[in-house]
Write a protein that binds this ligand. Structure first.
Ligand code: SAH
Length: 252
């Protein structure tokens, strides 16, 4: 991934060296430094970089953040704090798809003492915050490590290959069946059906049912119908008739 790491005005050479090492560990190589306040190639920096000395030496320096981000199509700010006047930061894993789809993303990290200022964060489309305990302010290079990890090495939950996810057709057939059953047992009526079904659809769709699971669910619904009709035939209860002929509810 063509991912750039931008350090805004770092003060401690060791932090820049350690950030370079973290990038090499996670598979990033484009280091950009905005207005450094230290000699980021001094002996302390190179010692902390260990095998990332070449990466550190190839870092590019920019006078402003705006110039450092000039060729980037997605800029992700990082912040330890919530800022009242800016959109709330997101968990890095939640925006992983956005970063992976970008052609030229950048991750922007702030100075050690103050973090990024609002005018820096305003140049970023999105801000992330690494969840922590009460003490939220991570060391700069550790923040680089964790955020790069999320985007470059973090795994999305794999969908088991042996499992056949139900098609939309199967799911819609299941929802029609559910709708009929709801009417049959008086769980909903024509007025409330659309809303009720929307809630059930949201819940069941979230489960990404397999084909077999959708059949399992429909087997249960068939049994409900059989039981209601059987009870009605015996005269122990009365089934609501006509519900089965209702049209399936369409989503808006
Ligand atoms: N005192 C500053 C923190 C500076 S730490 C503040 O409160 O904002 C230096 C940089 O490390 C931050 O600008 C940010 O880029 C990164 N960082 C530190 N902790 C972080 C966290 N919990 N989540 C995301 N980035 C963090």
């Amino acid at each position: 991934m063509n991912l750039a790491v931008v350090l805004v005005s770092p003060k401690t050479p060791g932090n820049v060296g350690a950030a370079a090492r973290a990038m090499l560990n996670m598979g990033a190589s484009d280091l950009r430094i905005v207005a450094p306040r230290c000699d980021y190639l001094d002996s302390q920096a190179l010692a902390m970089a260990v095998h990332a000395g070449d990466l550190l030496r190839s870092a590019r320096v920019f006078p402003t953040l705006r110039e450092a981000l000039g060729d980037r199509d997605l800029s992700v700010g990082t912040s330890a704090r919530l800022r009242a006047d800016l959109p709330a930061p997101r968990h890095p894993a939640l925006i992983r798809p956005m970063v992976r789809q970008a052609a030229a993303p950048a991750l922007v990290f702030g100075p050690e003492e103050t973090g990024l200022i609002n005018s820096d964060l305003e140049q970023c489309q999105v801000t992330v915050r690494i969840p922590t305990g009460n003490y939220a302010s991570l060391n700069l290079s550790q923040a680089v490590l964790l955020v790069c990890y999320e985007f470059l090495q973090g795994q999305d939950e794999p969908i088991p290959v042996t499992r056949k996810t139900a098609t939309r057709e199967e799911m819609e057939a299941m929802y029609s069946h559910l709708h009929e059953t709801m009417q049959l047992i008086g769980y909903t009526d024509a007025v409330r059906a659309r809303h009720t079904l929307r809630l059930w659809r949201a819940m069941l769709d979230r489960g990404l049912l397999s084909s077999a699971e959708s059949r399992l669910f429909r087997g249960f619904l068939r049994q409900v119908r059989w039981k209601v009709e059987d009870a009605a035939a015996r005269g122990t209860t009365s089934a609501r008739t006509g519900a089965a002929e209702l049209e399936p509810t369409q989503e808006e």
